[in-house]
Design a protein around this ligand. Structure first.
Ligand code: ATP
Length: 316
């Protein structure tokens, strides 16, 4: 299918189907500042896209419809609350075109897992509908629409490894020599609500006990570690201010972190607001070894290996 006319560069509507793949994100460093008056926390984060993907297909239609299959989709409403529908409507409203499409999601990113699956789906929708409707918008323009849908949407449009500031929506890519990092992802049973984890962090910080979360410093150390391209060094620089709060709400996560350590991981941490935990391995074979050890410990629902960085949402 031709997306562009032969004689001009004007973007044209696409006949469809348009298939978009989008990665999950983890935070290599997640520094959480104080609560701002607008209800957000000031973040200092290093985002990293890994090879765990959702896939969105967009076809032409004469109304807006959504179907879903896969991980956790039975628990997700198909109505106007769904981030996919909201993304399609927001894009159509921005360019004043009708929000007509038949959308189908194949989900692998666990729901409410701290891997930004919802933001990933919104990012995939923006890329797919932009092409289907022939809008020709840049990634930066789409990121502007996306930031209103979820803090992680701009990152998931860009992918790779990037610095996130503000409440995470302001992203700047980290330009580093290409290095592949190997991860083991421990998927938990059931999700954790991101707002609840932030509230718990505020509570722990206010109470300052029994175990005061140690606030992370800046992202400099993490970025310096990445430049060394040594997984042992990177492992020592990983950190997440939300980890104490996630552990407080879900104490079993301590068993997962311990099992990963015992399976030989170089480092492990809670991903974002959890409950997914991620472990760093030295190479692909080591990642498989850690994954096998972690599976055998029976402390989580599923274990997968992944590689990062990955590109953001893109047409396949
Ligand atoms: P984050 O890491 O960004 O905090 P998360 O990975 O913990 O997010 P998500 O899977 O992104 O959590 O979803 C959070 C909530 O968003 C879900 O519990 C659900 O209520 C809502 N939601 C709406 N639409 C979607 C969607 N298409 N996919 C996933 N979640 C959605």
């Amino acid at each position: 299918t031709e997306a562009w006319g032969p004689d001009d560069d004007e973007p044209r509507p696409h006949r469809g189907p348009v298939k978009v793949r989008v990665p999950a994100k983890i935070n290599l460093h997640l520094g959480v500042g104080p609560l701002r008056p607008d209800g957000y926390h000031e973040l200092n984060t290093v985002y990293h896209a890994i090879s765990l993907f959702d896939e969105l297909t967009a076809r032409r239609g004469d109304t807006l419809t959504l179907t879903m299959e896969g991980e956790g989709t039975g628990e997700l409403a198909l109505d106007e609350s769904n981030l996919i529908i909201r993304a399609a409507r927001a894009l159509a409203a921005r360019r004043q075109v009708p929000a007509f499409a038949r959308l189908h999601l194949r989900k692998s990113i666990p729901l409410a897992g701290g891997l930004a699956g919802g933001s990933a789906d919104a990012a995939a929708t923006l890329i797919a509908c932009d092409l289907l409707w022939g809008l020709g918008m840049s990634r930066d323009e789409l990121a502007e629409v996306g930031a209103e849908l979820g803090s992680d949407v701009p990152f998931l449009l860009h992918g790779g490894t990037a610095l996130g500031t503000g409440h995470g929506e302001a992203v700047s890519p980290i330009l580093a020599r290409p290095t592949v990092w190997h991860w083991v992802v421990a998927i938990a049973d059931g999700g954790l609500s991101t707002p609840a984890v932030y509230r718990e962090l505020d509570r722990l910080r206010a109470a300052d006990q029994p175990a005061p979360p140690v606030p992370l410093g800046g992202t400099d150390r993490l970025m310096a570690a990445m430049r060394q391209r040594d997984p042992e060094v990177l492992g020592e620089a990983l950190g997440n201010d939300l980890q104490a709060a996630a552990l407080s709400l879900r104490p079993q996560l301590a068993d997962v972190l311990k099992a990963g350590h015992e399976a030989g991981a170089l480092a492990g941490l809670v991903s974002g607001s959890g409950p997914t935990c991620v472990f760093l391995a030295a190479d692909a074979a080591h990642a498989q070894e850690v994954a096998d050890g972690l599976s055998a410990a029976r402390v989580c629902r599923a274990v997968v290996t992944a590689r990062g960085p990955q590109p953001g949402a893109r047409v396949t």
